[in-house]
Design a protein around this ligand. Structure first.
Ligand SMILES: [Zn+2]
Length: 284
């Protein structure tokens, strides 16, 4: 089916107490793997691209690749811009086929974050595109945004409500102690904080930094009200490990399709496991 708007998908997840997986894709192989896993699990899914991937391919090519993969699939697939910081990239995504964009102005003071986010919401909503905003700081490294884990602060329910009401965002990423990349120190997750935010904010909540969290923690985050669950680092790791593994045992075979298919199969399996864990399997 054609690409879908993610709001209905995320509202259903919020009400049904499960999470939609949002997987960072870096090329057509990863797009195919995410959609193939979604089909196998009958799960709604979000393809998302970082600004780095947008810089590599450009918006039109990413939209075409996502449309191609989604078009041949019976499950709902949305295309989302992850951590938009460049206003021009955000503008292009809104006008050229993305279903939602994230404006990440969380490094700015709250009032400035609100102003920048509201500006994106106005433009997006007039083009039928949804918006994810971020309040507080998610630690770790996301493209060129680096935040020390100790500097991450936790969002309060009052801040979340004020932020949503004054910006008009559709879904919200908040600081609950998760971090981007691999966890170097044990994260200090505040699951109760997420529960309160989910109750107060009145919109679907997004969990960033999904890679490397133990399964029981993921289950708790889902139960606490997470509706969108971002996985980026694990995609890169499984992809690259899959390639290494194959090359290592087939060093004199020159068959790129076999190599790439091996990595894709590994990705499909890993993504499928996330969908089961998040509860989105069987929901499409
Ligand atoms: Zn993130």
């Amino acid at each position: 089916m054609p690409l879908v708007h993610p709001v209905a998908m995320l509202q259903a997840a919020r009400e049904g107490r499960y999470c939609v997986g949002a997987f960072n894709v870096v090329d057509y192989l990863t797009i195919e793997a995410v959609v193939e896993a979604a089909e196998a699990q009958r799960a709604p899914v979000i393809l998302q691209t970082s600004s780095g991937t947008v810089k590599r391919f450009g918006v039109p090519i990413l939209v075409q690749m996502a449309e191609m993969a989604a078009g041949a699939s019976p499950v709902p697939v949305a295309l989302h811009l992850d951590h938009g910081t460049d206003r021009e990239v955000i503008r292009q995504a809104i006008h050229e086929g993305y279903n939602s964009v994230m404006i990440d102005a969380s490094a700015h003071p709250l009032q400035e974050n609100i102003a920048r986010t509201r500006d994106v919401v106005e433009e997006s909503h007039s083009h039928g595109v949804a918006v994810e905003g971020e309040i507080g700081v998610v630690a770790g490294t996301e493209d060129d945004i680096v935040v020390q884990q100790d500097d991450a602060i936790y969002t309060t329910p009052e801040e979340a409500l004020q932020f949503r009401e004054s910006t008009g965002i559709d879904f919200l990423a908040a600081a609950i102690g998760t971090a981007h990349g691999f966890y170097k120190v044990q994260p200090r997750l505040d699951i109760d904080c997420l529960r309160k935010l989910a109750e107060t904010a009145g919109c679907p909540m997004v969990v960033h930094g999904g890679t490397g969290l133990p399964s029981d923690v993921v289950t708790k985050l889902v139960a606490a009200g997470g509706a969108k669950f971002n996985v980026s680092t694990q995609i890169k790791q499984t992809y690259i490990d899959g390639l290494y593994e194959y090359v290592d045992s087939h060093r004199t075979e020159y068959h790129p399709l076999k190599l790439l298919n091996h990595a894709r199969k590994e990705l499909v399996e890993m993504i499928g496991q996330y969908m089961t864990l998040l509860g989105s399997a069987g929901k499409a």
